[in-house]
Design a protein around this ligand. Structure first.
Ligand code: SF4
Ligand code: SF4
Length: 228
């Protein structure tokens, strides 16, 4: 009978166990006090070096890329918008003309918006883009105070013009086709493109046509009509 009564009962702790119980309870806390601190200050970063850099393939703010001569890669096809599970992208395409050409081929993205209140940074849109016009940067500081400020427009998303690029609109490289652009055979603007943009920019200080530089269009070299 005595065995049955003791079944399920634990031994009473001794006075030493009771004394050390709080220390044991804080054991994990005490042990982590002497390990290396992994948290980083924000936005100062470790030792004042700024916030920790993201991984190279981090999915941050989008960017609409340009070809080497400054024309835009976006052709306004809306495939990115159809692929988006959050319905965060709005695109309106328009027809290129000889005087208003923004991209190689027939069409360009006239209106392009991404709503960063909806975007979940899944990257499906960049997978869907047929021209690699849309990619994602490492920029992640996108919070703002108004809904309007978190809807990025085409002007905000367009990649900055590199020094050698000529701002669109301007014609394609003489003799080049869309395929030449897609094969990356156009590696810089031609004199004809600079002259066209310079003529259009006459009196406009929002259009800056870069001076001739050393960048050479491989495609232009192949065509006598174009000078690099
Ligand atoms: S990253 Fe995903 S959620 Fe964001 S715009 Fe692209 S497809 Fe839509
Ligand atoms: S970003 Fe790409 S997928 Fe989206 S409209 Fe432009 S070309 Fe089409």
């Amino acid at each position: 009978m005595a065995d049955d009564d003791d079944r399920g009962r634990r031994d009473e702790p001794g006075w030493l166990s009771e004394l050390l119980a709080p220390v044991a309870g804080f054991g994990v806390t005490f042990s982590t006090m002497f390990t290396k601190v992994l948290s980083e200050e924000y936005p100062e970063g470790p030792k004042g070096k700024g916030p920790k850099a993201t991984q190279p393939r981090y999915h941050g703010r989008h960017q609409l890329n340009r070809w080497a001569d400054g024309l835009e890669k976006c052709i306004g096809c809306e495939l990115c918008a159809w692929a988006c599970p959050a319905d965060a992208i709005y695109v309106e395409g328009a027809q290129n003309t000889e005087l208003e050409r923004y991209s190689p081929g027939e069409r360009y993205g006239r209106v392009y918006q991404i709503n960063y209140l909806r975007c979940i940074f899944c990257g499906l849109c960049i997978e869907a883009c047929p021209t690699r016009a849309l990619t994602m940067t490492n920029e992640y500081e996108l919070a703002d105070h108004t809904r309007q400020a978190t809807i990025f427009t085409k002007e905000q998303l367009l990649a900055p013009l590199l020094e050698s690029m000529v701002p669109a609109p301007h014609p394609m490289v003489d003799g080049a086709t869309e395929k030449d652009y897609y094969r990356n055979e156009v590696t810089g603007p031609t004199e004809a493109q600079r002259a066209f943009a310079a003529e259009r920019s006459d009196g406009r200080d929002d259009v800056v046509v870069p001076a001739r530089d050393t960048s050479v269009s491989r495609h232009a070299k192949k065509h006598k009509g174009a000078t690099a």
